[in-house]
Design a protein around this ligand. Sequence first.
Ligand code: AHM
Ligand code: MG
Length: 335
Amino acid sequence: MRQISVTEHLQLHQKNIPEATGRFTSLFNELILSAKIINRAVNKAGLVDVLGDTGETNIQGEHVQKLDEYANKILIHRLQRCGVLCAMSSEEQADLIQIPRNFPKGDYFLVFDPLDGSSNIEANVSIGTIFSIYRRKHGNLESVELHDVLQKGSEQVAAGYFLYGSSTVLIFTTGDGVHGFTLDPSVGEFLLSHPDIRVPEQGKLYSVNEAYWHYWDKKTQEAVAVFKDPNSDLGQLYSLRYIGSLVSDFHRNLLYGGIFMYPADFRDPKKPHGKLRLLCEAAPLAMLAEQAGGMATDGLNPILEIEPQELHQRTPLVIGSRKDVQKVQDIFAAE
Ligand code: AHM
Ligand code: MG
């Protein structure tokens, strides 16, 4: 069987975009190379000194792992030289990342979570790099400001993730379905392995950190209880699967069907919107879910319709199979 590389796949699909100039492909190729470099470091974790905490905390107040920092540096270093970006934003950095003055620039705005699920690194649990690509709205290239680039998720040009797991996969969408590629280490290429992924209409899995049960409001408790009730109108008992690595939990549910939730909770009154970030986590995964026939909400509203006010805005996230997410939305919407 002839195997299709990700570059070939992009070229075929670019033909359908009249204004395609190859600039998007350059950006994508740089992302792929960065992910291969990160993948190499993840694979060597334990052998070389890349495990552990750097001793610092990031903008989110979380401990920064050495591999987090490494992945962040690789992405910034490579992508700021690709000539097609006006700015970037990383989960690990408080402010917009400007492209240095003397570097060529373009219209794309890249948002990424360099290493999602990084608290699992030392236990060899799958982790990943999530990315989201927009075109800037306005402004001049030399000084990009937040309002030039901040947009709701429905404006994304592309979104996806690299998952460093039992194999390394790239899952992405450019608004034309969701496609998956697996890195063949013997040739160093991502090859098409999961064309046109469709998430099952209803799943059998629910994924949520139930330890926070007592910090949830009544509606959230009611919604989660449905998946444990063999007599609910969903007609079946679900199984609980929770890795604690969003990109891995999402990936499994995308392929098998199911629902992932990180609802709002009241552990920390300063964070009433849950833990996950709208721009670098929820919006890209929401674009993938919708493109695969699934659904993504904050409980009530589509994630892709939320207007971001700031870079590190958080949002509750309910994402996955359409019927399951709809059920949660019905509970939240009921009087
Ligand atoms: P990270 O981006 O710093 O790794 O944090 C986000 C992670 C997600 O991958 C995961 O879904 C979540 O944190 C798990 O949080 P919790 O331990 O509260 O369930
Ligand atoms: Mg993350």
